[in-house]
Design a binder for this molecule. Structure first.
Ligand code: 5GP
Length: 176
């Protein structure tokens, strides 16, 4: 059973998401014009899936794609500890890596993953996140592309879950 939630007006509508994803794809394409192609796009499961697929469909660049799964959240709060559940299998050494996250909150996961990918000896690692929640930051992390900055609240929808549910909502909502 999913926890019952009453949804009000979305924080970010499906139309806003679509428009921002298109402009982000354009920014990224322009920045990688001189890159060693194809770039390696690494998507953090499961939350960044919807965003990454929409972004890549709009990204006019040769790229390869892989996934890894990490978690640091339980329910609606950070555990403070990052766990890697599955790693990439794509060799990324010497390539330009674009890491795609759903949200940077405390910054622990993104910073841990960027370091982890660096150990695979890529040419560069850049971070793209759909959402940034800077008020919750516990560790400094360099973010190259941010879709939207959100306030200190738990958000869900468009890939982001609450107890594994609600990922398939087409817009982003706040809870609590
Ligand atoms: P961080 O390590 O930056 O604290 O958190 C990263 C992960 O925690 C995100 O990739 C996401 O899975 C989860 N997370 C952080 N804030 C939220 C939130 O507001 N809503 C949801 N659904 N997940 C969140």
């Amino acid at each position: 059973m999913l926890p019952p939630i009453e949804f009000q007006k979305p924080l970010i509508s499906a139309e806003q998401l679509e428009a921002r994803v298109a402009s982000l794809a354009e920014e990224i394409r322009a920045d990688y014009a001189e890159a060693v192609l194809p770039i390696s796009v690494i998507v953090v499961l499961k939350g960044a899936c919807f965003f990454a697929i929409d972004l890549l469909k709009k990204l006019d660049l040769p790229c390869r794609m892989d996934f890894l799964q990490a978690s640091s959240y339980s329910g609606m709060g950070s555990t403070g500890e990052v766990r890697l559940h599955s790693d990439i299998t794509l060799p990324v050494a010497g390539t330009d890596v674009l890491l795609i996250e759903d949200i940077v909150d405390t910054g622990l996961t993104a910073s841990w993953l960027a370091q982890h990918l660096t150990s695979h000896r890529p040419a560069t690692v850049r971070l793209c996140t759909l959402l940034d929640k800077p008020s919750a930051r516990r560790i400094a992390v360099r973010i190259d592309y941010i879709g939207f900055t959100v306030p200190e609240a738990f958000v869900l929808g468009y890939g982001l879950d609450y107890d594994e549910g609600y990922r398939n909502l087409p817009a982003i909502y706040t809870v609590g």
